[in-house]
Design a protein around this ligand. Sequence first.
Ligand SMILES: *C/C=C(C)/C=C/C=C(C)/C=C/C1=C(C)CCCC1(C)C
Length: 189
Amino acid sequence: MTLSGLVTGIAFFHYMYMREVWITTGTSPTVFRYIDWLLTVPLLMIEFYFILSAVKKVSSGIFWRLLIGTLVMLIGGYLGEAGYMNITAGFVIGMAGWIYILYEVFSGEAGKEAAKLRGPAADCFNFCKWIVTLGWSVYPLGYLFGYMIGGTDEAALNQIYNLADFINKILFGLVIYSTAKSLTPASQK
Ligand SMILES: *C/C=C(C)/C=C/C=C(C)/C=C/C1=C(C)CCCC1(C)C
């Protein structure tokens, strides 16, 4: 719950800055967005590790692999968006990082450990897994429509990224909240 609070709190502050950049310059607040993602996405990844480690002993390799996937995904995306790398190359590297994360949560050690669980922790892991698959698919779509299909469209890019952040950060928090509630003994509620 603390992590979810941090994620939405950090995003709140960055959105204040991003709003300012958009209003005063009319350009995409790419640097602020990636600083935000670089902080909040690893926190969401730690969440996967915590869901598992709350109910069983798991290796920290899960956390490190998810972190590596996150860094590859975000660094690729940033280099492409900020113009340090070809747009398509940045996209391909970003996609590779995301696919690596999906592999870990579906079929890697994290996925295998989660498959052995039952009850609220298992439901939570599964729900979060689908957020990372379906909810997160909106980001590469934003990149595609923002830079690759029909030239650069910063307004579309920002609308899609804003919507994705809104859905994904809040939904993750709500799932964790409902799981924490189900795992809390009645005497402590
Ligand atoms: C709270 C912020 C979140 C959950 C941000 C997630 C960002 C992504 C899943 C970004 C993914 C990208 C790709 C899969 C390929 C193209 C480049 C990115 C970085 C937009």
